[in-house]
Design a protein around this ligand. Structure first.
Ligand code: MN
Length: 429
Protein backbone atom coordinates (compact mmCIF):
# COMPACT_ATOMS: atom_id res chain seq x y z
CA UNK A 1 0.00 0.00 0.00
CA UNK A 2 1.12 3.55 -0.68
CA UNK A 3 0.74 6.66 1.43
CA UNK A 4 0.72 9.20 -1.43
CA UNK A 5 -1.55 8.76 -4.41
CA UNK A 6 0.33 7.75 -7.54
CA UNK A 7 -1.75 10.29 -9.43
CA UNK A 8 -0.12 13.13 -7.48
CA UNK A 9 3.35 11.79 -8.16
CA UNK A 10 2.61 11.23 -11.86
CA UNK A 11 1.24 14.75 -12.25
CA UNK A 12 4.29 16.28 -10.58
CA UNK A 13 6.67 14.10 -12.59
CA UNK A 14 4.94 15.02 -15.84
CA UNK A 15 5.83 18.68 -15.31
CA UNK A 16 9.58 18.01 -15.42
CA UNK A 17 9.85 14.68 -17.22
CA UNK A 18 10.94 16.06 -20.60
CA UNK A 19 13.59 18.28 -19.00
CA UNK A 20 14.90 15.32 -17.03
CA UNK A 21 15.22 13.19 -20.17
CA UNK A 22 17.21 15.96 -21.86
CA UNK A 23 19.45 16.48 -18.82
CA UNK A 24 20.01 12.76 -18.42
CA UNK A 25 20.94 12.31 -22.08
CA UNK A 26 23.38 15.20 -21.89
CA UNK A 27 25.00 13.90 -18.71
CA UNK A 28 25.21 10.48 -20.33
CA UNK A 29 27.27 12.02 -23.15
CA UNK A 30 29.52 13.90 -20.71
CA UNK A 31 30.19 10.74 -18.72
CA UNK A 32 30.67 8.62 -21.85
CA UNK A 33 33.52 10.95 -22.86
CA UNK A 34 35.11 10.07 -19.50
CA UNK A 35 34.57 6.38 -20.08
CA UNK A 36 31.72 6.09 -17.57
CA UNK A 37 28.48 4.31 -18.45
CA UNK A 38 25.63 6.35 -16.96
CA UNK A 39 23.39 3.29 -16.87
CA UNK A 40 25.89 1.50 -14.63
CA UNK A 41 25.88 4.43 -12.19
CA UNK A 42 22.09 4.70 -12.28
CA UNK A 43 21.61 0.98 -11.57
CA UNK A 44 23.95 1.17 -8.59
CA UNK A 45 22.19 4.25 -7.24
CA UNK A 46 18.81 2.55 -7.72
CA UNK A 47 19.99 -0.47 -5.73
CA UNK A 48 21.37 1.70 -2.94
CA UNK A 49 19.44 2.35 0.26
CA UNK A 50 19.97 4.19 3.52
CA UNK A 51 17.93 3.41 6.63
CA UNK A 52 15.71 6.04 8.21
CA UNK A 53 15.81 6.31 12.01
CA UNK A 54 12.32 6.00 13.45
CA UNK A 55 12.97 8.94 15.78
CA UNK A 56 13.96 11.15 12.85
CA UNK A 57 10.37 11.62 11.68
CA UNK A 58 9.52 13.48 14.86
CA UNK A 59 10.77 17.00 15.50
CA UNK A 60 13.96 16.83 17.52
CA UNK A 61 15.15 19.57 19.76
CA UNK A 62 18.05 20.72 21.82
CA UNK A 63 18.60 20.74 25.53
CA UNK A 64 17.10 24.22 25.51
CA UNK A 65 13.80 23.55 23.83
CA UNK A 66 11.78 21.57 21.41
CA UNK A 67 9.32 23.17 19.02
CA UNK A 68 6.92 20.44 17.88
CA UNK A 69 5.62 20.47 14.32
CA UNK A 70 2.18 19.64 12.99
CA UNK A 71 1.05 16.06 12.66
CA UNK A 72 3.88 14.60 14.68
CA UNK A 73 3.84 10.80 14.86
CA UNK A 74 2.30 9.53 18.09
CA UNK A 75 3.82 6.06 18.04
CA UNK A 76 5.78 3.67 15.90
CA UNK A 77 2.85 2.93 13.58
CA UNK A 78 2.59 6.64 12.70
CA UNK A 79 6.35 6.78 12.33
CA UNK A 80 6.27 3.86 9.90
CA UNK A 81 3.72 5.67 7.74
CA UNK A 82 5.94 8.76 7.59
CA UNK A 83 8.89 6.54 6.70
CA UNK A 84 6.79 4.94 3.96
CA UNK A 85 6.21 8.40 2.46
CA UNK A 86 9.95 9.00 2.39
CA UNK A 87 10.56 5.66 0.70
CA UNK A 88 7.71 6.04 -1.76
CA UNK A 89 8.96 9.38 -3.04
CA UNK A 90 12.72 8.85 -2.90
CA UNK A 91 13.05 5.07 -3.37
CA UNK A 92 16.24 5.40 -1.38
CA UNK A 93 15.11 4.41 2.14
CA UNK A 94 13.73 0.85 2.13
CA UNK A 95 14.39 0.21 5.83
CA UNK A 96 13.67 1.75 9.22
CA UNK A 97 15.92 1.62 12.25
CA UNK A 98 14.02 1.26 15.51
CA UNK A 99 14.84 2.59 18.92
CA UNK A 100 13.89 0.69 22.05
CA UNK A 101 12.05 1.57 24.26
CA UNK A 102 10.73 4.54 22.28
CA UNK A 103 9.26 2.19 19.65
CA UNK A 104 8.32 -0.65 21.95
CA UNK A 105 4.95 -2.29 21.27
CA UNK A 106 3.20 -5.39 22.58
CA UNK A 107 2.16 -6.56 19.13
CA UNK A 108 5.52 -7.20 17.46
CA UNK A 109 4.03 -9.46 14.80
CA UNK A 110 1.56 -6.68 13.96
CA UNK A 111 4.44 -4.23 13.65
CA UNK A 112 6.31 -6.56 11.31
CA UNK A 113 3.14 -7.03 9.27
CA UNK A 114 2.63 -3.26 9.04
CA UNK A 115 6.20 -2.89 7.81
CA UNK A 116 5.52 -5.53 5.16
CA UNK A 117 2.33 -3.77 4.05
CA UNK A 118 4.19 -0.48 3.70
CA UNK A 119 7.12 -2.12 1.93
CA UNK A 120 9.55 -1.34 4.74
CA UNK A 121 12.14 -3.62 6.30
CA UNK A 122 13.75 -3.24 9.72
CA UNK A 123 17.37 -2.21 9.93
CA UNK A 124 19.61 -2.20 13.01
CA UNK A 125 17.97 -2.08 16.44
CA UNK A 126 19.10 0.74 18.73
CA UNK A 127 19.20 0.26 22.48
CA UNK A 128 18.85 3.08 24.98
CA UNK A 129 20.70 3.12 28.26
CA UNK A 130 21.49 6.83 28.12
CA UNK A 131 18.34 7.89 29.94
CA UNK A 132 16.08 6.48 32.63
CA UNK A 133 12.65 5.20 31.66
CA UNK A 134 9.49 5.35 33.80
CA UNK A 135 9.43 2.48 36.29
CA UNK A 136 13.09 1.72 35.69
CA UNK A 137 14.54 0.10 38.80
CA UNK A 138 18.12 1.38 38.72
CA UNK A 139 19.33 4.72 37.34
CA UNK A 140 21.89 5.29 34.60
CA UNK A 141 22.88 8.66 36.05
CA UNK A 142 26.39 7.31 36.67
CA UNK A 143 26.58 5.06 33.66
CA UNK A 144 24.99 1.95 32.24
CA UNK A 145 27.19 -0.78 30.76
CA UNK A 146 30.19 0.66 32.60
CA UNK A 147 28.37 1.49 35.84
CA UNK A 148 30.31 0.62 38.99
CA UNK A 149 27.22 -1.18 40.26
CA UNK A 150 26.91 -4.73 38.91
CA UNK A 151 23.11 -4.79 39.16
CA UNK A 152 22.87 -1.61 37.07
CA UNK A 153 25.18 -3.11 34.45
CA UNK A 154 23.05 -6.24 34.38
CA UNK A 155 19.91 -4.18 33.86
CA UNK A 156 21.59 -2.49 30.87
CA UNK A 157 22.75 -5.86 29.53
CA UNK A 158 19.22 -7.27 29.86
CA UNK A 159 17.83 -4.29 27.97
CA UNK A 160 20.22 -4.89 25.07
CA UNK A 161 19.30 -8.58 25.01
CA UNK A 162 15.64 -7.57 24.87
CA UNK A 163 16.45 -5.37 21.85
CA UNK A 164 17.93 -8.42 20.13
CA UNK A 165 14.84 -10.49 20.92
CA UNK A 166 12.55 -7.78 19.51
CA UNK A 167 14.76 -7.43 16.44
CA UNK A 168 14.61 -11.17 15.80
CA UNK A 169 10.82 -11.00 15.41
CA UNK A 170 11.09 -7.98 13.08
CA UNK A 171 13.79 -9.40 10.84
CA UNK A 172 16.56 -7.06 11.97
CA UNK A 173 20.13 -8.35 11.78
CA UNK A 174 22.09 -5.92 13.91
CA UNK A 175 22.20 -4.16 17.25
CA UNK A 176 23.70 -0.70 17.58
CA UNK A 177 24.93 0.22 21.04
CA UNK A 178 25.64 3.79 21.97
CA UNK A 179 26.11 4.66 25.62
CA UNK A 180 26.29 8.04 27.28
CA UNK A 181 28.68 6.71 29.93
CA UNK A 182 31.57 8.91 30.89
CA UNK A 183 32.62 11.50 33.40
CA UNK A 184 32.35 15.23 33.85
CA UNK A 185 35.38 15.73 36.09
CA UNK A 186 38.97 14.56 36.19
CA UNK A 187 39.17 11.80 38.74
CA UNK A 188 35.44 11.08 38.67
CA UNK A 189 35.94 7.66 37.13
CA UNK A 190 38.84 5.29 36.61
CA UNK A 191 39.44 5.10 32.85
CA UNK A 192 40.68 1.52 32.71
CA UNK A 193 38.19 0.06 35.19
CA UNK A 194 35.25 1.77 33.43
CA UNK A 195 36.35 0.43 30.07
CA UNK A 196 36.93 -3.03 31.51
CA UNK A 197 33.41 -3.10 32.95
CA UNK A 198 32.02 -1.95 29.61
CA UNK A 199 33.90 -4.69 27.75
CA UNK A 200 32.67 -7.36 30.13
CA UNK A 201 29.08 -6.14 29.74
CA UNK A 202 29.35 -6.07 25.95
CA UNK A 203 30.70 -9.62 25.99
CA UNK A 204 27.55 -10.70 27.85
CA UNK A 205 25.41 -9.06 25.16
CA UNK A 206 27.55 -10.50 22.37
CA UNK A 207 26.86 -14.03 23.65
CA UNK A 208 23.18 -13.50 22.86
CA UNK A 209 23.74 -12.38 19.27
CA UNK A 210 22.32 -14.83 16.72
CA UNK A 211 24.89 -16.21 14.27
CA UNK A 212 23.72 -14.02 11.41
CA UNK A 213 23.65 -10.81 13.48
CA UNK A 214 26.24 -8.10 13.97
CA UNK A 215 26.76 -5.76 16.88
CA UNK A 216 27.84 -2.17 16.22
CA UNK A 217 29.48 -0.05 18.88
CA UNK A 218 29.20 3.69 18.28
CA UNK A 219 31.88 6.03 19.56
CA UNK A 220 31.32 9.63 20.54
CA UNK A 221 33.89 12.13 21.66
CA UNK A 222 31.82 13.97 24.27
CA UNK A 223 28.26 14.69 25.42
CA UNK A 224 26.42 14.00 27.63
CA UNK A 225 29.68 13.44 29.51
CA UNK A 226 31.96 16.42 29.00
CA UNK A 227 35.31 15.36 30.40
CA UNK A 228 35.74 11.74 29.31
CA UNK A 229 33.61 9.26 27.46
CA UNK A 230 33.97 5.48 27.83
CA UNK A 231 33.67 4.86 24.08
CA UNK A 232 35.44 8.06 23.12
CA UNK A 233 36.94 7.58 19.70
CA UNK A 234 37.51 5.18 16.86
CA UNK A 235 40.59 3.77 18.58
CA UNK A 236 38.58 2.70 21.62
CA UNK A 237 35.89 1.49 19.26
CA UNK A 238 38.33 -0.65 17.31
CA UNK A 239 39.61 -2.19 20.54
CA UNK A 240 36.02 -3.08 21.47
CA UNK A 241 35.36 -4.75 18.12
CA UNK A 242 38.62 -6.65 18.42
CA UNK A 243 37.91 -7.80 21.96
CA UNK A 244 34.37 -8.92 21.24
CA UNK A 245 34.96 -11.01 18.14
CA UNK A 246 34.02 -11.49 14.48
CA UNK A 247 30.42 -10.29 14.80
CA UNK A 248 31.47 -6.96 16.35
CA UNK A 249 32.07 -3.85 14.25
CA UNK A 250 32.56 -0.11 14.64
CA UNK A 251 29.84 2.36 13.76
CA UNK A 252 30.89 5.81 12.61
CA UNK A 253 28.51 8.69 13.35
CA UNK A 254 29.83 11.62 11.34
CA UNK A 255 28.95 14.10 14.10
CA UNK A 256 30.78 12.24 16.86
CA UNK A 257 34.23 13.62 16.11
CA UNK A 258 36.10 16.81 16.81
CA UNK A 259 35.77 19.48 14.11
CA UNK A 260 38.15 18.93 11.19
CA UNK A 261 38.94 15.32 12.09
CA UNK A 262 39.74 13.34 8.94
CA UNK A 263 36.77 10.99 9.10
CA UNK A 264 37.38 9.50 5.67
CA UNK A 265 40.77 8.28 6.83
CA UNK A 266 39.17 6.65 9.88
CA UNK A 267 36.77 4.96 7.48
CA UNK A 268 39.67 3.69 5.40
CA UNK A 269 41.45 2.29 8.46
CA UNK A 270 38.36 0.46 9.64
CA UNK A 271 37.78 -0.99 6.18
CA UNK A 272 41.40 -2.13 5.95
CA UNK A 273 41.14 -3.97 9.23
CA UNK A 274 37.65 -5.33 8.49
CA UNK A 275 35.89 -3.59 11.34
CA UNK A 276 33.74 -0.99 9.62
CA UNK A 277 30.17 -1.82 10.69
CA UNK A 278 28.23 1.14 9.46
CA UNK A 279 27.33 4.80 9.56
CA UNK A 280 25.10 7.33 11.12
CA UNK A 281 24.96 10.06 8.50
CA UNK A 282 24.35 13.67 9.48
CA UNK A 283 26.31 16.89 9.28
CA UNK A 284 27.78 19.32 11.75
CA UNK A 285 29.44 22.69 12.04
CA UNK A 286 30.68 22.54 15.62
CA UNK A 287 29.87 19.30 17.41
CA UNK A 288 27.17 16.66 17.36
CA UNK A 289 24.84 19.10 15.66
CA UNK A 290 22.77 16.39 13.96
CA UNK A 291 22.15 18.69 11.00
CA UNK A 292 20.89 17.35 7.69
CA UNK A 293 23.39 15.19 5.83
CA UNK A 294 25.40 17.16 3.31
CA UNK A 295 24.01 20.51 4.45
CA UNK A 296 27.29 21.85 5.81
CA UNK A 297 30.10 19.90 4.19
CA UNK A 298 28.98 17.83 1.20
CA UNK A 299 32.61 17.46 0.13
CA UNK A 300 33.44 15.52 3.28
CA UNK A 301 30.47 13.25 2.67
CA UNK A 302 31.78 12.67 -0.84
CA UNK A 303 35.25 11.87 0.48
CA UNK A 304 33.76 9.30 2.87
CA UNK A 305 31.92 7.73 -0.06
CA UNK A 306 35.09 7.83 -2.10
CA UNK A 307 36.58 5.41 0.43
CA UNK A 308 33.44 3.27 0.45
CA UNK A 309 33.31 2.99 -3.32
CA UNK A 310 37.03 2.25 -3.46
CA UNK A 311 36.37 -0.69 -1.11
CA UNK A 312 33.23 -1.77 -2.97
CA UNK A 313 34.83 -1.80 -6.40
CA UNK A 314 37.95 -3.57 -5.17
CA UNK A 315 35.76 -6.14 -3.38
CA UNK A 316 37.40 -5.50 -0.03
CA UNK A 317 37.17 -8.54 2.19
CA UNK A 318 34.36 -8.43 4.77
CA UNK A 319 33.10 -5.07 3.53
CA UNK A 320 29.36 -4.68 4.16
CA UNK A 321 28.62 -1.50 6.12
CA UNK A 322 25.11 -0.58 7.27
CA UNK A 323 24.00 2.89 6.24
CA UNK A 324 21.65 4.93 8.36
CA UNK A 325 20.67 8.56 8.81
CA UNK A 326 20.84 9.96 12.35
CA UNK A 327 19.60 13.52 12.47
CA UNK A 328 17.56 15.87 14.57
CA UNK A 329 15.18 18.17 12.71
CA UNK A 330 14.43 21.32 14.62
CA UNK A 331 13.33 23.87 12.05
CA UNK A 332 12.28 21.78 9.03
CA UNK A 333 9.56 19.27 8.23
CA UNK A 334 11.29 16.01 9.24
CA UNK A 335 9.95 14.16 6.19
CA UNK A 336 11.41 16.79 3.87
CA UNK A 337 14.73 16.74 5.71
CA UNK A 338 14.99 12.97 5.62
CA UNK A 339 14.13 12.82 1.92
CA UNK A 340 16.69 15.49 1.13
CA UNK A 341 19.32 13.79 3.27
CA UNK A 342 18.71 10.39 1.71
CA UNK A 343 19.22 12.01 -1.67
CA UNK A 344 22.42 13.67 -0.47
CA UNK A 345 23.78 10.28 0.55
CA UNK A 346 22.84 8.83 -2.85
CA UNK A 347 24.44 11.83 -4.51
CA UNK A 348 27.74 11.32 -2.70
CA UNK A 349 27.61 7.66 -3.71
CA UNK A 350 26.97 8.53 -7.38
CA UNK A 351 29.76 11.13 -7.39
CA UNK A 352 32.17 8.63 -5.87
CA UNK A 353 31.19 6.06 -8.49
CA UNK A 354 32.29 8.34 -11.33
CA UNK A 355 35.76 9.00 -9.92
CA UNK A 356 38.34 7.91 -12.49
CA UNK A 357 40.09 5.45 -10.18
CA UNK A 358 42.61 4.26 -12.69
CA UNK A 359 43.80 7.80 -13.34
CA UNK A 360 43.74 8.56 -9.61
CA UNK A 361 45.93 5.53 -8.89
CA UNK A 362 48.39 6.69 -11.54
CA UNK A 363 48.62 10.18 -10.07
CA UNK A 364 49.07 8.74 -6.60
CA UNK A 365 51.87 6.45 -7.72
CA UNK A 366 53.45 9.18 -9.82
CA UNK A 367 53.42 11.79 -7.08
CA UNK A 368 51.14 14.19 -8.98
CA UNK A 369 49.33 15.75 -6.06
CA UNK A 370 47.51 18.38 -8.10
CA UNK A 371 46.04 15.99 -10.64
CA UNK A 372 45.18 13.50 -7.92
CA UNK A 373 42.98 15.92 -6.05
CA UNK A 374 41.64 17.37 -9.29
CA UNK A 375 40.51 13.86 -10.22
CA UNK A 376 38.41 13.74 -7.08
CA UNK A 377 37.20 17.29 -7.55
CA UNK A 378 36.13 16.58 -11.12
CA UNK A 379 33.77 13.88 -9.89
CA UNK A 380 32.55 16.03 -7.01
CA UNK A 381 31.82 18.96 -9.32
CA UNK A 382 29.68 16.80 -11.60
CA UNK A 383 25.97 17.40 -11.16
CA UNK A 384 24.64 13.86 -10.90
CA UNK A 385 21.07 14.94 -10.09
CA UNK A 386 19.69 13.58 -13.41
CA UNK A 387 21.00 10.12 -12.44
CA UNK A 388 19.33 10.23 -9.05
CA UNK A 389 16.08 11.59 -10.50
CA UNK A 390 16.00 8.99 -13.26
CA UNK A 391 16.61 6.20 -10.74
CA UNK A 392 13.66 7.47 -8.70
CA UNK A 393 11.41 7.87 -11.74
CA UNK A 394 12.10 4.36 -13.00
CA UNK A 395 11.11 2.98 -9.59
CA UNK A 396 7.87 4.98 -9.54
CA UNK A 397 9.27 7.56 -7.15
CA UNK A 398 9.23 11.31 -7.61
CA UNK A 399 11.58 13.27 -9.84
CA UNK A 400 11.37 16.00 -7.23
CA UNK A 401 10.33 14.38 -3.93
CA UNK A 402 9.89 17.60 -1.94
CA UNK A 403 7.60 19.13 -4.60
CA UNK A 404 5.55 15.95 -4.83
CA UNK A 405 5.32 15.75 -1.03
CA UNK A 406 4.10 19.33 -0.78
CA UNK A 407 1.63 18.81 -3.62
CA UNK A 408 0.24 15.73 -1.88
CA UNK A 409 -0.91 17.64 1.22
CA UNK A 410 0.23 14.72 3.39
CA UNK A 411 1.37 16.93 6.28
CA UNK A 412 -1.93 18.81 6.37
CA UNK A 413 -3.84 15.53 6.29
CA UNK A 414 -1.99 13.96 9.22
CA UNK A 415 -2.10 17.23 11.14
CA UNK A 416 -5.84 16.76 11.21
CA UNK A 417 -5.58 13.15 12.33
CA UNK A 418 -2.81 13.37 14.89
CA UNK A 419 -3.39 15.68 17.87
CA UNK A 420 -0.83 18.42 18.43
CA UNK A 421 1.98 17.34 20.70
CA UNK A 422 3.12 19.45 23.56
CA UNK A 423 6.24 18.68 25.48
CA UNK A 424 9.82 19.63 25.61
CA UNK A 425 12.98 17.59 25.74
CA UNK A 426 15.16 16.60 22.83
CA UNK A 427 17.17 13.47 22.88
CA UNK A 428 18.75 12.44 19.62
CA UNK A 429 21.93 10.40 19.71
MN1 MN B 1 24.36 8.18 16.13
Amino acid sequence: MTMISNGVIDAENEKVHAALEADYDHLGEVLARRGVDIGWVKDKVAAYGVAVPSWGVGTGGTRFARFPGQGEPRHIFDKLEDCAVIQQLTRATPTVSLHIPWDKVDDLKGLKQRGDELGLGFDAMNSNTFQDQPQQRLSYKYGSLSNANGATRQQAIDHNIECIEIGKVLGSKALTVWIGDGSNFPGQSHFARSFERYLEAMKSIYKHLPDDWRIFSEHKMYEPAFYSTVVQDWGSNYLIAQELGPKAFCLVDLGHHAPNVNIEMIVSRLIQFKKLGGFHFNDSKYGDDDLDTGSIDPYRLFLVFNELVDAELSHADGFDPAHMLDQSHNVTDPIESLMTSAMEVSRAYAQALIVDREALGGYQEGGDALMAYETLKKAFRTDVEPILAMARLEQEGAINPVSAYRASGYRQKIAGERPAVTGSGGGIV
